[in-house]
Write a protein that binds this ligand. Sequence first.
Ligand code: FAD
Ligand code: SIN
Length: 559
Amino acid sequence: MTLDGARFDLAVIGSGIAGLYAALQAHEQGMSVLVVTKGSIDDANTRYAQGGIAAAVGHDDSAESHWRDTVEAGAGLVDEHAARVLTVEAADRIADLVRYGVRFDATDGEVALGREAAHSAPRILHAGGDATGLEIELSLAGLARREGVTVVEHTLAAGLVIDANRVMAIDVFDWRALRTDRVHAYAVVLATGGAGQLYRFTTNPEVATGDGIALAYRAGAEITDLEFTQFHPTALRLLGHSIFLISEAVRGEGALLYNADGERFMPRYHPLAELAPRDVVARAAQREMAATGVDHVLLDITGRDPGWLAARFPQIYARCAEGGLDLARDRIPVSPAAHYTMGGVRTDVWGQTTIEGLYAVGEVACTGVHGANRLASNSLLETVIFAKRAVQRALDRMNDSVHADAAHHVDAEARAPAALLALTADARPLPPPVPDGPPPTADDLRALMWRCVGIERDRAGLEEATRTLARWDAATAASAPSAGSGSPSPRNGERGPGSEGSRAAPESRESYELRALITTARLAAEAALLREESRGAHYRIDFPAPRDEWRRHLVWRAG
Ligand code: FAD
Ligand code: SIN
C-alpha cells in the first residue's frame, strides 16, 4: 500500500493493546486514523501477557488500596497523581475493553480475580486462564478490522518529522518492499512497546527493540527512567526450548521456589517469600543460581489437581508438557529474564510528550505510574488509561478547545510530589559517540547488556557498557545510509512544514533495529551508571541501599 503524501488526523505507531485501543477510540470519535505496525497486527508484547490486568473491581477492594500498592511498589519514584488517575479510571477502561469484545474469566457469574505479588487484594482480571493478552490482542485486532481502521502491517516508523517542536509527519519504511513513504498527521501516537530485546534473556518477542524510545530521543523528546528494567524471576529455562514466561499468578496460586540443592530459599530473602516484590525474587533467584552453579531454580506447584492446573494455566501447562514436564508432578526449571521497560518517553497524564502533537502510550511511555518498580499487571491497565486520555487530548487540540502554550511543556501541575519535578529539570544529552572499531551484532549488544546492565550492576561493568556502546553507536551511525538513523542526529523536517527534508530510509529492518537498540541501551546504561544507589529494579552492588539525594528522575534529551 502506498502511503506517500497521505494525511490523517491521527497516526498510531504500533498495534499492541495501546495502539489498537487508541485507534479504536479515535475511530469512534470520528478521527481519520492510520496504524502502522512493524510485524503482523498481533505481533506484540500484548499477546503474551498472562497474569492479567489489575483493577480494583472486587467487593472488598478500592482504588485507594490499589493506589497505595502502586506507590509502595515504585520505591519512592511514582508520580502519585498519575497513579491516582491510573487506579481511579481503571474500572471504566475495563468496561471499554469488555465493550470492545474482551471476555474476562468469571466464576458463578462474577468476574474472577487473581492475586499477584505486592497487591494487597485479589484484583487481577484474566481471560482464558493465562491467555489474557492473547484474548485482548485478538479482540481488539478483530474489531479494528471490522470497523475498517486502516492498519498497515510489516511497516515500521523510521523517523519523526519535527518542525518548531511540533510533529508534522512520520517516515514509514515497508521493510519487505524496502520503500519509505512520508505520511502527514495532525497528531502521532507512539505505541511501540518496550525494549526487552536489549537483553540476552527476555520474555519479550522480537519486535520489542525500543524503537519508539530511540525515535523520540532523536526527535528531541525527553526520555526518563530507563535505568529501571524489570526482570521477571520465573521464565522457563529448558534446553532447546525458547524462553517462556511462567506467570507470577502461579506463585499467586501457591507455587514455591527451590534452589538446585532442594532448599526453599525465598523465606531467607523476604518476609513475603515467593510473593515478595518482583525485583527481590529475581535477585534472589540469580544469587541462588550463582551459589549452586546451576543455570536455573525450580518452581513447584505439584500436588494440585491436574485438571484445575490445566484449566487455570492452559498455556503454561501446554508449554511445559511440550518440554516433557507435568506441572502437577514436576518442578519447573526457571530463571530470571528481562521483562518490562519501566522508563521511556516522558509524558504527562494526557500521554503528551515534550513535543507538541506527539503522544506516547503503553510500555514505550513513562507516565510515572511505575516509578522504580512496576506493580504486576499494572502495565496493561496503564496502556488503556493513558491511550484514552491521549486521544481525547489530541481531539481537543484538533478542535482547538485546548490551547497549547507557546513553549509547550509536560503538564507540570499534574505531577507530584514537587520534589520529583524539581529534580527533573536537568535534561541532558547522551555523551557523543566515539569512533573506534567495527559495529556489533545484536547478539553482542544483548550479551553486553545482560552482563553489565543486568539484574545487578556496578561501576566497573557500567563503565565498560557505556564505553562500548558509545563506540558501537559511532560504528553503526557511520554505516547507516541516511538521516534519521543516527543517534543523536539532525531531526528530519527541520526545514519546515511541508518540507521534504531528508527521509529516514533504513537499509533493512535489522539495521534499523540495531540502531534503535544501541540508542536505547546507551540511555539505559548511562542512567544506570549515574544513579549511585539501589532503588526498585535498579540494583548497584557498589551502592546497595537507596539514597535520599537520588529520589529523583534522570531525564535525557538530545542536544
Ligand atoms: P506492545 O504490545 O509490545 O506493542 C508494540 C507494538 O509496536 C507492536 O505491534 C510492534 O510491532 C510495534 N512496533 C514496535 N516498533 C515499531 C516501529 N518502529 N514501527 C511500527 N511499529 C512498531 N502486563 C500486565 O499488565 N499483565 C500481565 O499479565 C503481563 N504479562 C506479560 C507477559 C509477557 C510474556 C510479557 C512480554 C509482558 C507481559 N506484560 C504484562 C506486559 C504487557 O504485556 C505490556 O507492557 C503491554 O502489552 C504493552 O503493550 P503496548 O501496546 O504498549 O506494546
Ligand atoms: C505475569 O503473569 O507474571 C506477568 C505479569 C506482569 O508482567 O504484569
